[in-house]
Design a protein around this ligand. Structure first.
Ligand code: GLU
Length: 289
């Protein structure tokens, strides 16, 4: 008899809109990959400006309609902001963070400035042009005064210090195999936003470890983010799960489904009479329960 290993997997949507077929694929894929183990639901609602409780209720309703069940309790990130402060404290102790006072306009100005400098073209990363490092070398005493004066600030990772301290890190994607972590392509990523004491990278990495996730499944659009997550795992002494980045569903225009371009929502499909079985077949994942 061959024993199939069981995993802890999760589906981690952000309640910023209705779920569409792409989400159905991600959720069904994660549930399937648990292979009889534990499947978790995590609500990533740290973007307080964009997340809405009614979208969270709709997520639960849609997933239940699809036939999914998950281990309780559901972790809602906005209820655990103190946890992320602990993580930030650990990074601060290692001197890996610095306050960044730049506004979006400041950042744009720096990027334009770099673009017009012939010898220093702006570098680009997976999320667009890299932060120019404007606040990286502000003296600690000066930064402290600005903070005490009430200036708002984000916390950025000092990427070159962090990668130097970490040395070579690796991780494994089930499809693409052994990976050497290249977090530096993101530059000095934001670890805590001005308006929220955390960020996607920090909250996601921390929670995957805290919840004992052993296999992170998500769309391949987040493949690059895993390089940063691997670095954070090292700095925070967290275990490294395996990863399985799956292909994205594409619309008829060949582009990925997204909330922005009105991809068919699960609710609309349900209202038009589609059954859960039909939706599972549409995303190519018939999960046996
Ligand atoms: N919350 C993220 C999203 O909705 C997914 C995060 C993840 O799976 O790592 O895009």
């Amino acid at each position: 008899m061959t024993l199939i290993p069981s995993f802890v997997t999760r589906f981690a949507p952000s309640p910023t809109g209705q779920l569409h077929l792409g989400h159905a694929k991600a959720a069904l894929f994660a549930a399937q990959q648990a292979q009889g183990g534990r499947f978790l639901l995590r609500i990533e609602d740290i973007d307080l400006g964009r997340c809405r409780p009614e979208y969270e209720s709709a997520i639960i309703e849609d997933l239940t309609w699809l036939g999914l069940t998950w281990d309780q309790p559901v972790r809602r990130q906005s209820a655990h902001l103190r946890d992320y402060e602990t993580a930030i404290g650990k990074l601060r102790e290692q001197d890996m963070l610095y306050p960044c006072f730049c506004t979006r306009a400041d950042i744009q100005r720096e990027i334009h400035h770099a673009a017009s400098t012939p010898h220093a073209p702006p570098q680009s990363g997976p999320d667009g042009p890299l932060y120019a490092g404007t606040c990286r070398n502000i003296a600690e005493s000066v930064a402290q005064k600005r903070i005490e004066a009430g200036e708002s600030f984000a916390l950025r990772l000092h990427m070159s210090n962090a990668t130097r301290a970490a040395g070579q890190l690796t991780w494994t994607d089930i499809e693409k195999g052994h990976q050497i972590a290249k977090p530096d392509m993101f530059g000095d990523v934001v670890i805590a936003r001005k308006e929220t004491p955390t960020s996607y990278h920090l909250a996601c990495t921390w929670d995957d470890a805290l919840q004992g996730v052993t296999l992170v499944t998500r769309g391949e659009d987040l493949f690059a983010a895993t390089h940063v997550h691997r670095l954070l795992q090292h700095l925070l002494s967290l275990p490294t799960p395996n990863y399985h980045h799956h292909t994205l569903l594409l619309g008829s225009d060949g582009k990925k489904f997204s909330k922005r371009d009105q991809a068919p929502t699960l609710r609309a499909l349900r209202d038009s009479g589609r059954t859960p079985d039909e939706v599972r077949a549409m995303v190519g994942l018939v999960v046996r329960f």
